[in-house]
Design a protein around this ligand. Structure first.
Ligand SMILES: Cc1cc2nc3c(=O)[nH]c(=O)nc-3n(C[C@H](O)[C@H](O)[C@H](O)COP(=O)(O)OP(=O)(O)OC[C@H]3O[C@@H](n4cnc5c(N)ncnc54)[C@H](O)[C@@H]3O)c2cc1C
Length: 393
């Protein structure tokens, strides 16, 4: 029986472990933290993610806990006017075959974890992988505690600061984007009726934007306000005062400002990504998820791409044999272009859609407001359609 090691038990690692176990392999997940948990708030999942979840046999478990989103509203954050709205029901759902939804990160993680347990995946906490070696036709993962795990394949799903990537690609620390995001979750009962909607609403301003959407079965509203402030240091979850957040977004239109005012226990992240690279494979070792292609959250696709990676790896290694290195090379070829395009599109969305100022913002408003619903759906088809439709942005 082929034995697969997965370094990292986040969304990408667990999805990959599940895909490999469903393909009939013995799977061991080595997670650096003591246990298998996921923190954070809502995460948007487009139809391509639900299609991957269906392939993994856990779509129903995730949809049972999801908040379905009816539309994406794109607003001018200064004037408060709606620039455009993309419906996500009806024609959208019929075309892409799955819903657009928001799930709590912990719910998605727990569903994948339950799936792994049910499929017999071995889950080992407190095993931080430091490096690997490849003696003969085997691979050995070495951990910080001095343990060694020998198997046929090592899949590095160890996130933005991946140790497996450090050895395999060696391209140093991730790129600090210079964008700071402030996040908060508030009870929906505090939100004025006129501001409640089953929508992702984005208010775009000069070098900043503000997004909100319902989570927790509509019981909460997730707030995320981002500023291009040229921050140079990566931050994860550092507290910020309400006064600071309000001051950073003082030009926000009244209606959106009322929501921002309701935010509390704000936490700060400084976002990072990496330039796409050609190769994530070295013999019997491959990368996936953020270890392979970390991206800014502006296309809301990082986790969706990790789920797609998991499904592709599951299908390519289904008949794992002596050809493992060749099959991993094939995985690299199949996934490279799509994930690189998504990474660069996420950067482009930040610069050209969410943050432009002055005449560039006016041009954006004119362009987007002139698009029909069908044209908007065409623009996301290559991404939300899961790679079946070419399309363009
Ligand atoms: C603010 C923000 C909003 C986002 N919103 C969205 C969204 O709406 N939609 C979307 O699709 N994506 C979104 N993303 C992206 C998404 O969160 C990530 O792409 C996704 O979580 C990546 O999963 P992963 O499993 O590859 O990595 P991670 O989630 O980072 O998991 C890595 C795991 O590996 C473990 N680990 C680390 N090092 C080691 C080691 N050396 N050995 C063993 N284990 C190790 C970690 O403890 C962790 O459990 C967002 C990201 C951010 C920052």
């Amino acid at each position: 029986m082929t034995h697969i090691l997965v370094a990292g038990g986040g969304i990408g690692g667990l999805a990959t472990a599940l895909a490999q176990a469903r393909a009939g392999h013995r799977v061991t997940v080595l997670e650096g933290r003591p246990g298998f948990t996921e923190i954070g708030a809502g995460i948007q999942l487009a139809p391509n993610a639900f299609r991957a979840l269906a392939d993994l046999g856990v779509r129903d478990g995730v949809t049972a806990r999801a908040d379905f989103i009816d539309a994406l509203h794109f607003m001018n954050g200064i004037t408060g006017e709606q620039i455009t709205a993309m419906p996500l029901t009806g024609a959208y759902r019929a075309r892409f075959g799955n819903p657009y939804a928001v799930v709590h990160r912990a719910d998605l993680h727990r569903t994948l974890l339950d799936g792994c347990r049910g499929a017999g995946v071995e889950l080992l906490g407190g095993q931080r992988v430091t490096h690997y070696t490849q003696p003969g036709a085997r691979v050995v993962a070495h951990t910080a505690a001095g343990a060694r795990f020998t198997a046929d394949v090592l899949l590095g799903a160890d996130g933005l600061r991946s140790s497996v990537r450090e050895q395999l690609v060696g391209d140093g620390p991730p790129r600090v984007s210079g964008h700071t995001i402030y996040r908060s979750v508030i009870p929906m009962s505090e939100v004025p009726e006129s501001l409640r909607a089953r929508a992702v609403t984005l208010w775009a301003g000069p070098a900043w934007h503000f997004v909100h959407y319902p989570i927790g079965g509509g019981a909460y509203l997730n707030l995320a306000a981002t500023r291009d402030d040229r921050a140079t240091e990566e931050l994860t979850g550092v507290p910020a005062s309400r006064a600071h957040v309000r001051a950073e977004f003082d030009r926000l239109a009244d209606r959106a400002s009322r929501l921002l005012e309701l935010g509390r226990d704000w936490r700060t992240w400084v976002l990072c990504d990496r330039d796409p690279v050609e190769t994530w494979v070295d013999g019997r070792v491959a990368l996936l998820g953020d270890a392979a292609h970390p991206m800014l959250q502006y296309a809301a696709q990082g986790a969706c791409m990790a789920l797609e990676d998991a499904v592709t790896l599951g299908s390519l290694l289904r008949c794992a044999d002596e050809d493992i290195p060749r099959r991993l090379e094939e995985y690299n070829v199949v996934r490279r272009e799509r994930t690189a395009r998504t990474t660069l599109t996420a950067r482009w969305m930040g610069a050209e859609l969410y943050h432009p100022a002055g005449t560039r913002a006016e041009d954006r408003d004119a362009l987007l407001s002139g698009h029909s619903t069908a044209r908007l759906h065409d623009a996301v088809a290559w991404l939300h359609g899961g790679g079946d439709e070419g399309g363009g942005t």
